[in-house]
Ligand binder design. Sequence first.
Ligand code: ACO
Length: 335
Amino acid sequence: MFNSRIIGLGKYLPDNVVTNDDLAKIMDTSNQWIVERTGINERRHIVKGSDDSPSTMAFKASKIALNRAGIKASELDMILFATLSPDLYFPGSGVLLQELLGISTCPSMDIRMQCSGFIYSIATADQFIKSGMYKNILVVGAENHSGGLDMSSRGRAVSVIFGDGAGAAVLTRENDENFGIKSSHLYSEGKYAKELSLIGPSTQRWVPEIMDANDPNDESYFPFMNGQMVFKHAITRFTEVINEGLKFNNWESKDINLLIPHQANLRISQFVQKKFGLSDSQVFNNIMNYGNTTAASIPIALTEAWEKNKIKPGDKIVLAAFGSGFTWGSTMIVW
Ligand code: ACO
């Protein structure tokens, strides 16, 4: 019986910093509103016409992760690519990343679980490694949100939140069962699919239909979010799924060395921190600088926490996410 373990992390953020004041110049919003409601100060947006895309950003993050893991791309047995904003409608971004990494053939799978995508991907990689089928798996999360947001005042409740970026983790086989991924806990509830969704373009609202309608008020190709409903479900599900992971492993909240919640809203992270009685040093947040980067948010935060020496061997690390679907999950790790 093997465990799986993360042995290399990397992140990539586009250079272009967009502050709250920058947004206030193009839509009816303010630095004060955004900071008070979300905790976000700035986010990164891909500059139109640049080479940055989900797969190229993932490539840059992956190169760093592979280098830190001491593994060549050719030694990877599988790629799992979490994104809600793939480069193309099809094929998935995983195969584009495979080509960029110079791997002639290997399984590459896109995971479409939005903000929970990285947790689902880690759980999937863990199972392939535990079964003995694969040894080295690259898990990435990458998003290009900025290209598809409604940057007018109409879209302000959604567009101020999201940012672009990529994070990557290399997992490998671990023979010592005391270390590595201890458990993952995954959920979805499709009843709420439309509360946080993007309807068109899709087979529900195909491109020709949108073009035929030629309606300047058509909002269907921008993300829709019922913010307050998402918020309420998020704080409940975060709490439940972290509790489940703690109980499963016989851990208590005081045992957590670092909780890295999906960076959806600083107020959600603060609620969860308070609920579990965690100190500031037990919770890592960086939404202030990057906004919500959906599937990329946990691997970016995990990488940054590791780079800042906030993660040490033997530490108990908890990852947790909630997002569109609704989907949610947690992963418990001994580093
Ligand atoms: N600037 C100024 N005013 C704004 C803005 C803005 N950017 N956006 C909305 N407002 C206004 C609204 O119009 C409303 O005005 P009104 O009272 O006159 O009608 C007022 O501010 C309050 O709006 P609410 O939507 O009630 O604001 P709320 O406090 O709920 O905050 C937010 C909105 C930040 C979106 C919050 O609901 C939230 O974070 N929800 C959860 C997000 C989340 O967790 N998403 C999951 C992950 S994402 C994924 O999976 C893809």
